[in-house]
Design a protein around this ligand. Sequence first.
Ligand code: FAD
Ligand code: NAD
Length: 421
Amino acid sequence: MAGTDTGTTGAGGGRQRPIVVVGASLGGAKAAEALREAGYRGGIVLIGEEHERPYERPPLSKGYLQGKTPREKIYVHPPQWYAEHDVTLRLGTAVAEIDPAGHTVTLADDGRIEYAKLLLTTGSVPRRLPVPGADQDGVLYLRRVEDSDRIRAALRPGARIAVIGAGWIGLEVAAAAREASAEVTVLEALELPLLRVLGREVAQVFADLHREHGVDLRLGVKVAELTGEGGSVTGVKLADGTTVAADAVVVGIGIAPATGLAEAAGLEVDNGIKTDQHLRTSDPDVYAAGDVANAYHPLFGKHVRVEHWANALNQPQTAARALLGQPDAVYDRVPYFFTDQYDLGMEYVGYVEPDGYDRVVFRGDPATREFIAFWLSGGRVLAGMNVNVWDVTDPIRELVRSGRVVDTKALADPKVPLGDL
Ligand SMILES: Cc1cc2nc3c(=O)[nH]c(=O)nc-3n(C[C@H](O)[C@H](O)[C@H](O)COP(=O)(O)OP(=O)(O)OC[C@H]3O[C@@H](n4cnc5c(N)ncnc54)[C@H](O)[C@@H]3O)c2cc1C
Ligand SMILES: NC(=O)c1ccc[n+]([C@@H]2O[C@H](COP(=O)([O-])OP(=O)(O)OC[C@H]3O[C@@H](n4cnc5c(N)ncnc54)[C@H](O)[C@@H]3O)[C@@H](O)[C@H]2O)c1
């Protein structure tokens, strides 16, 4: 059995427990960076179960999947960064248990590390498709770089690719597959793609986009079973009896926050690890950030869990400052995300719960795919999405943040600068 690592030698020569970060992806790597930027000079141990050093996931369904973004571009930091910043990076190492009372994490290989403060950036894991045949070869999920490699290998000209789920993964993979000249069928349970995030008015834009690019988009369908032969998938059988033949099936039906460790440690968990606005969990020495954190957001007056890149990029700065004892470290950024599909690029800033708006206002014609959509409630802008229109995120964010009632005619009029609303 491996021993207990009680930490690093502090500036004064004494042994100090390090700050331990569990989850070595975007959130974890940014936390290590933020701790150093905040002037912390003690030990940092960054532990991740993946074997790759921290990398970003957005390219895995876009440029990297299409073979346009080289592998060295996906990483958060160059390899020497960790040693240069005295960050102990433990890759291929899963944390099996947290003991908040003893301030210790136990590794799956039985080693133990004591911590002064702990930050959980364990992210999320794909939901598995709960139907017969889903464990066959050729049924592919997309979370890690090796998943992207496997999917890329399947995207050959003429290959029949069935995509289950028309969310972000499903649609971005469908676009990459069409660009690789594969035949693509997308199977979505709801009546429109991205329906719960965008609502009916704007979701329709994505349905039209994919159909125009030759995707066979089947909406409101129920997957009953994956068919196979010799252990490899051959198609998707729907509840209405029809079968979609497939050489590979990509499943993107959402994620679940990786809360197992936190739950077992007795931390408060509810749709993610619950934190306050400082990203502190129910244990005062344990913090959480990124996909896994269901954080109290002062602007919205409620807990919000955001499954997007910008949140994993920015929350760690707040968590790092807060765990170093800076009381003004509060996470109140307006959520932001982006996508690229075919020739459509968009940014979204704001936060709308499913059915949480009463009106959508378009500035520009959605049919031209060059427009801004605004979701409103009671005349206030909750979110805005710019599609093939650029450099407008700041004024849209300001509209959302201000919560002021806007003149919807002026909002729709491209001649009125957004900053004047
Ligand atoms: C293919 C893909 C494309 C995406 N594209 C976009 C995009 O275009 N725009 C956007 O805004 N967002 C995008 N996202 C979402 C974005 O990547 C995530 O929000 C972000 O990765 C969250 O970062 P995180 O560090 O919180 O968690 P994760 O990236 O999930 O990382 C968590 C890490 O913790 C590790 N871990 C978990 N448990 C343990 C444990 N017990 N011990 C040790 N290690 C552990 C995991 O192995 C993992 O490496 C995309 C996601 C995917 C999968
Ligand atoms: N551009 C981006 O921001 C981006 C890109 C890729 C991934 N991501 C993130 O990655 C994570 C995973 O993405 P995702 O697309 O898997 O999740 P998602 O939640 O975006 O979409 C899942 C889709 O699958 C559908 N679905 C669920 N069960 C189904 C079933 N049995 N059959 C058919 N359809 C079903 C849902 O209705 C939904 O449309 C999310 O956190 C997402 O935010 C973000």
